[in-house]
Design a protein around this ligand. Structure first.
Ligand code: KIV
Length: 292
């Protein structure tokens, strides 16, 4: 199956296969080489999270080139209050489901809190598990300079790493909340050092979360690896959203940087109420749903 969005047809006029990450005609799995080539072409691309095979298959068929099995599964799928309690077993199980549900997307498994902070060897053990057991094509971990040793060993061991700087939600207890990072000269310089450190350690891309747009633009210009923004302005090479936020399934307030492209919470609630009313009123099952 080719993955061509009706809204974004391959641009190549000679009918050559388009290599575009989104809207391209290649149907094999996206690799980190394709991601590097997109930065060279100046191509922007989308990334979404997913936590199960069915949702992942929808995004894969829509042509989303990179799917992150984020530890945001803690808040968005498993009912925790933050990402902190998420375990390796949970990430491994859901990552394997997302890999099974996809054919083309590069699937990135998130290393949860406590699975890499002890050091590079612990990071390698757990990243290896996600690669072998779940079949992901890359892993993600949080932290800039402080995670450089871990990134270096994983990359030297053949495991592609997506880094994550700016707001790193696994440190929410240290931050005392979710706040924009990199404000002020000193913090901005630290963010630039963090981004440079993960690139030098071999990361193939870096998430910039909750960072002022001007600073994210400066980081994007100064790196040769792509930046993936979330609450980091329009100049990043790619943009990521948590899928339940993007599709309007998340209950309550969503962060200001989120744009909701559907109202799934309302749609599902309406469907559940319509089903319930049919059952209570005897309209379901009707004759066509019954066997004789
Ligand atoms: O866990 C996650 O979903 C993430 C993204 C928000 C980047 O880290």
């Amino acid at each position: 199956m080719t993955h061509v969005s009706p809204a974004h047809k391959p641009q190549n006029p000679e009918g050559q296969p388009s290599k575009a990450l989104y809207g391209g005609t290649t149907s094999r799995r996206i690799t980190v080489r394709d991601i590097a080539a997109a930065k060279e072409r100046g191509e922007k691309w989308p990334m979404l999270t997913a936590y199960d095979a069915m949702t992942a298959s929808v995004f894969d068929e829509a042509g989303i080139p990179v799917i992150l099995v984020g530890d945001s599964m803690g808040n968005c799928h498993l009912g925790y209050e933050s990402t902190v309690p998420v375990t390796m077993d949970e990430v491994a199980l859901l990552s394997a489901a997302v890999v099974r549900g996809t054919k083309r997307a590069l699937v990135v498994g998130d290393l949860p809190f406590g699975s890499y902070q002890e050091g590079a060897v612990q990071a390698l053990r757990n990243a290896t598990r996600l690669i072998k057991e779940a079949g992901v094509g890359a892993v993600k971990l949080e932290g800039g300079e402080r995670s450089a040793d871990q990134i270096d060993l994983l990359v030297r061991s053949g495991i592609p790493v997506m880094a994550h700087v700016g707001l790193t939600p696994q440190s929410v207890n240290a931050y005392g909340g979710y706040r924009v990072q990199g404000r002020g000269e000193e913090a901005a310089q630290q963010l630039l050092r963090d981004a440079k450190a993960v690139q030098d350690a071999g990361a193939f891309a870096v998430v910039l979360e909750l960072v002022p747009a001007e600073l994210a633009a400066e980081v994007t210009r100064s790196l040769h690896i792509p930046t993936i923004g979330i609450g980091a302005g329009v100049e990043c090479d790619a943009q990521v959203l948590v899928w339940t936020d993007m599709a309007g399934l998340t209950g309550g307030r969503v962060p200001r940087f989120v744009k909701q492209y559907a109202q799934l919470r309302e749609v599902l609630g309406d469907a559940a109420r319509a089903f319930a009313e049919d059952v209570v009123g005897g309209a379901y099952p009707a004759e066509e749903h019954s066997f004789h």
